[in-house]
Every structure is written in structure tokens, then in C-alpha cells.
Write a protein that binds this ligand. Structure first.
Ligand code: SAH
Length: 362
């Protein structure tokens, strides 16, 4: 039996080639696990160009040349978790820990508002110092002061009740990457107390509560195979999130994965293109990690189908300390410089940063 028999993807006796798989994806918005695996493993630069052209077609149909921005506020780098890839894992004794005060967070919002941000993302490690009450108070205050802005939280795994109360306090969106959908691979990236099942359940809970929900995964994390990326696509298809953040894995020198190879720009872009075709209205950030491994990474991400950028609004005094991976970019720039720099970058490729909440187009 040859491979194409095994995968059952024969049409009129001819094996489906990669372009036909892309056509099928565009029409049906999903592929089988075998087809995803085939397409991802057999991709080349021609397939990628074919894919990106279609991805741009759908990006333009729903978003024109508009790129949404979110102001990212990294408000704590304390974390109780010990993910093997992450620079702010609790075992990293070299990390200089910090927390922003409520006033500092509000100051970031004020600066961001002036610069034209209408979405704030509060991201941090899983830091128990920020109790449920403190978090709700911060959410309420931001929403009272900026009723025209969307507020996104990215603060890890919590109970259904906790998510529910944060939603009631006014949070609109939540980002929680599933990291990798396959159980065994998840286990290889995380300590035993964390599970893929719990993370996925959190995502289902967030959607059920009514958050605009974002998931995502790292590309090229240690041990990742095309089959696992196929699982990621199937999980995302099942979840139907509003946003998917993907970026290359980038090693951090103080983690167990210090010596591992990082993910590539090429594969990250290909996955962005596939996501755009699978869910054409998806909010898809061109991530800082992509900009870190390639000086034009974020521009390339947009040209592969992404439509969101998330520049940093954290105070410059703490930027370097929120070091998830080595050589993270933009850690020395003021928020205004970041915004202007991204403006220029987007204009250079014919796109425009907009002052807009940037909701999912329901
Ligand atoms: N505590 C929050 C925020 C985590 S940091 C949460 O659990 O969701 C945000 C994202 O950074 C993570 O979801 C992960 O996908 C990514 N990240 C962490 N370490 C990384 C690394 N070494 N390379 C690339 N991305 C990384």
C-alpha cells in the first residue's frame, strides 16, 4: 500500500497534490488529520506562495488593509508554573521579579489611549498576589475609565467561577494558548501537574461564558511533528475560537530547553496562512516572537494572512524582565515609539494600523 492509499486522498486515481489540498481547505475550511499532515510535511516555497495569495484574499475580504492593534501590558512576571520553555517559570532564579501597581497599570492604559489603542491586554504569569478581588477591581476600573475599549485578559488557567466573575466585572476577551493539542507532546513541554485536558477545558469554559476567546500554539517547540501540528489544527477547528496566536518557539537560556532549536519563520508563516483559510474571519496576530527571529517577521506575518499586532505598553523599566524567551524585541522603546515603528512597518507593506477595538467580525 502506498502512502496516498493509506491516507485515502485519491481523486480519480490521482494523488491530491498540495495545491489541491489548499483548494479543498479554502472551500471546506477543514482537512482530515492525514491531509493536514501531508500538506504540512510536503510544503515548499511554491505551495506557500499559493497559500499566502489565497490567505491575503480572505484577509482583504473581511478586514481590507486594516491591521488591528492591542496594547500589551505585562503586569507581573511572578508565576507559580514551571513550563519547560518559558523564561519566567518559577524555577528561573535569575529572573528579576516585578509586579505593576494598579496605578502603574492605569498609567499604561492612559498612555495607550492617547496613542490610539482601543484594546488593552493584561498579561502575566499565574501570580496569586493578584487575588480574584484585586483582578476584578482592576478590570472594573479600566472599563469604567475606558468604556469604549475592549479589555483582554491573559492570566492562565483559572476556575469556571473565577472566569465568570472576571467576565461579569467587564473583561471582554481572554487569551490562553493551548500550546500543543497532543497530550503526549504537552507532557513533554510541561511539568506533570499541568495537563492538556485542563487547558482545553479552560478554553471551552471561556467560550461558554461569552469571552471572545483566543487560543494558539508555539511553532517548532521541542519534539514537534507535522502530525502534532495537524492535531493543533483539528483542535482549533473544533473550538472555533475568535483569535489564534502562534509564534515560533524561541529558546530561553535559563530553561531546560536552553539548548533546543527554535521554530522557523518559514513554518510559522505557513501555519498562519493555513489558519486564515481554515477560519477566514479569525483574528490572527503577527507576533513579537516572529519579529524576534526575523527583523521583518511581523511584516511577513501580515503578508501571510495575519491581521493583528500587539505592541508593548508596559513601562520600559520592566520590559526586559518579562523575558519569555531570549532576545525579545522592543524592550527598550517607549510605547509611542513602538506604535510609530509599527505604523511605519505596516505602511511599508500597504497596510494601515487602525484605532479600533478590533472585535471579531461576527
Ligand atoms: N501565563 C499566561 C501567559 C503566558 S505567556 C498563560 O498561561 O496563558 C504567553 C505565551 O508566550 C505562552 O502562551 C507561550 O505560548 C509563549 N511563550 C512562552 N515561552 C516561550 C518561548 N520560549 N518561545 C516562544 N513563545 C513562548
Amino acid at each position: 500500500m502506498n502512502l496516498s492509499d493509506l491516507y485515502g486522498n485519491q481523486i480519480n486515481g490521482n494523488q491530491i497534490n498540495e495545491k489541491q489540498l489548499i483548494d479543498k481547505l479554502e472551500q471546506q475550511h477543514c482537512l482530515t488529520k492525514e491531509e493536514w499532515t501531508e500538506l504540512i510535511s510536503r510544503r515548499n516555497s511554491q505551495t506557500a506562495e499559493y497559500l499566502f495569495e489565497k490567505a491575503r484574499y480572505w484577509q482583504h475580504k473581511y478586514f481590507g488593509n486594516k491591521v488591528y492593534t492591542r496594547g500589551l501590558i505585562e503586569f507581573t512576571n511572578y508565576c507559580k508554573n514551571d513550563c519547560y520553555y518559558c523564561g519566567i517559570r518559577r524555577s528561573n532564579r535569575q529572573a528579576e521579579r516585578y509586579r505593576l501597581t494598579k496605578e502603574q497599570i492605569l498609567e499604561c492604559c492612559a498612555i495607550g489611549y492617547e496613542l490610539g489603542f482601543r484594546t488593552y491586554v493584561l498579561q502575566g504569569g499565574e501570580d496569586g498576589w493578584f487575588t480574584q478581588e484585586k483582578l476584578e477591581d482592576i478590570v472594573r476600573t479600566i472599563k469604567e475609565r475606558y468604556p469604549d475599549c475592549a479589555l483582554t485578559l491573559s492570566i492562565g488557567e483559572r476556575s469556571f467561577e473565577s472566569y465568570q466573575r472576571l467576565f461579569e466585572a467587564g473583561a471582554d476577551r481572554y487569551l490562553l494558548r493551548h500550546e500543543t493539542a497532543e497530550d503526549a507532546h504537552y507532557q513533554n513541554l510541561h511539568p506533570p501537574e499541568l495537563s492538556s485536558e485542563n487547558r482545553k477545558q479552560c478554553l471551552r469554559n471561556l467560550k461558554e461564558i461569552g469571552f471572545q476567546t483566543g487560543t494558539g500554539f508555539m511553532v517548532g517547540s521541542p519534539g514537534q511533528t507535522p502530525e502534532q501540528l495537524a492535531e493543533d489544527m483539528l483542535f482549533i477547528h473544533e473550538l472555533q475560537p475568535h483569535m489564534v496566536g502562534i509564534g515560533p518557539f524561541v529558546p530561553h537560556h535559563e530553561t531546560p530547553f536552553a539548548k533546543e532549536t527554535g521554530g522557523t519563520v518559514e513554518l510559522t508563516l505557513f501555519m498562519i496562512g493555513l489558519l486564515r483559510l481554515m477560519q477566514p474571519k479569525l483574528l490572527l496576530p503577527s507576533t513579537t516572537a516572529l519579529g524576534t527571529i526575523d527583523p521583518l517577521g511581523r511584516e511577513k506575518g501580515i503578508q501571510a494572512g495575519a491581521n493583528v499586532v500587539m505592541p508593548n505598553l508596559s513601562p520600559t523599566s520592566v520590559r526586559k524582565k518579562y523575558e519569555l524567551y531570549d532576545n525579545k524585541i522592543c524592550t527598550g522603546d517607549e510605547a509611542a515609539e513602538c506604535r510609530m515603528c509599527l505604523n511605519r512597518r505596516m505602511e511599508s507593506i500597504g497596510y494601515e494600523l487602525v484605532t479600533d477595538r478590533g472585535d471579531y467580525p461576527f
